[in-house]
Design a protein around this ligand. Structure first.
Ligand code: NAD
Ligand code: LMR
Length: 326
């Protein structure tokens, strides 16, 4: 049997968790022969509903599922975990921007950041609750866990962008590589079509419509989350859960040669981004939970203005929560 993995999921009675927990427990992501211990965190008011989720997990009879513990105490839920998936927080409603949640959800990540000090030394923390970049900034500032163990999720944006480019090019899903979404999981993010590749060729050389790429493509990816909320009536959940699994996979497997993936990590000043900001970058991993930023990716002057705009937005978000940063 492989080494067991302990996984904490916050917001475990919520919509994303309902699409996530069963896939983790089935062995889909950590392996069918790797025992999984689930540590589920909720607020007291949702502990009763969480029992129903636990019953359903039990009723699946998944072989890798070694144990389930529920708690409303972050210190308990995070004790000894190898992965902490920080989902629990309020989603936005129609008409809201994700940044409108900053003072509602931000304080959650102060206490959770501190509680993560009890996690295993190899813990990887993935922040999903919105606005996820700045919530991640709050969590890592309140924790003694090294900042490089934290990331915020840009993967749903990456998947959306890759899917739209493939569909526009009339190519199969999976044909797009080198898709980086720079900056913030917000409507100022920059999905970088200039460096994306479709079947190995630069996307602009395949699609040959610069106006569509700069206008419709970028706008659609920026607004996709809001469109799902308007049309479906609630925030994306199955695709978000899927993106969390893609994130875990990206940090757990060596990145294929010549490719990269998107996640927001703590900047060391790369691409002119202020050190300490949690910014979406192109990353590569050796598969041990580590990452490095791919440097030297070319950018047109137009793309640079997009990057500057999203950088200003993240600086502003940091100012709004400065009382929550240690
Ligand atoms: P949901 O309302 O269905 O579930 C959220 C759950 O979190 C609830 O059960 C709630 O009780 C719980 N919760 C609230 N505060 C908590 C706390 N302090 N500790 C533990 N649990 C807590 O929402 P959802 O659809 O699952 O979305 C969760 C979050 O994920 C939202 O902020 C949403 O905007 C965000 N999201 C992010 C992405 C992304 O790409 N980064 C994608 C989709 C959704
Ligand atoms: C998404 O991108 O679908 C999520 O961040 C939910 C939202 O508020 O848009």
């Amino acid at each position: 049997m492989a080494e067991p993995v302990r996984v904490a999921v916050t917001g475990a009675a919520g919509q994303i968790a309902y699409n996530l927990l069963f896939r983790i427990a089935s062995g889909e992501i950590f392996g069918k022969d790797r025992p999984v211990h689930l540590r589920l965190l909720e607020i007291p008011a949702a502990m009763h509903a969480l029992q129903g989720v636990v019953m359903e997990l039990e009723d699946c009879n998944f072989s890798p599922l070694a144990s389930i513990e529920t708690s409303d105490q972050p210190e308990r839920a995070f004790d000894g975990v190898n992965w902490a998936l920080l989902v629990g927080s309020r989603p936005r409603s129609p008409g809201m921007e994700r940044s409108d949640l900053i003072r509602i959800n931000g304080p959650i990540f102060v206490g959770q950041g501190k509680a993560l000090n009890r996690a295993a030394p190899d813990v990887r923390v993935a922040v999903v609750g919105n606005p996820c970049n700045t919530n991640c900034l709050i969590a890592l500032n309140n924790s003694d866990v090294p900042p490089e163990r934290f990331s915020a999720m840009m993967r749903l944006d990456q998947n959306r962008a890759a899917s739209l480019l493939a569909r526009r090019a009339g190519q199969p899903m999976g044909s797009v590589t080198n898709m980086v979404v720079w900056g913030n999981h917000s409507n100022n993010q920059y999905p970088d079509f200039e460096n994306a590749r479709i079947n190995g060729k630069l996307a602009p050389d395949v699609i040959r419509d610069e106006t569509w790429l700069r206008e419709q493509f970028v706008t659609e990816i920026r607004q996709r989350g809001a469109m799902v909320i308007t049309i479906r009536g609630s925030s994306s959940s199955a695709s978000a859960a899927n993106a969390i699994l893609c994130d875990i996979h990206a940090f757990s497997q060596s990145t294929p040669t010549n490719d990269w993936f998107s996640a927001a990590v703590c900047s060391n000043g790369e691409y002119g981004v202020d050190p300490g900001l949690v910014f979406g970058f192109p990353l590569r991993s050796s598969g041990q939970g580590d990452w490095s930023i791919v440097e030297g990716i070319p950018m047109s002057p137009w793309a640079q203005t997009q990057l500057n705009k999203v950088l200003d937005e993240l600086r502003h978000e940091r100012d709004v929560v400065k009382d929550l940063l240690r």
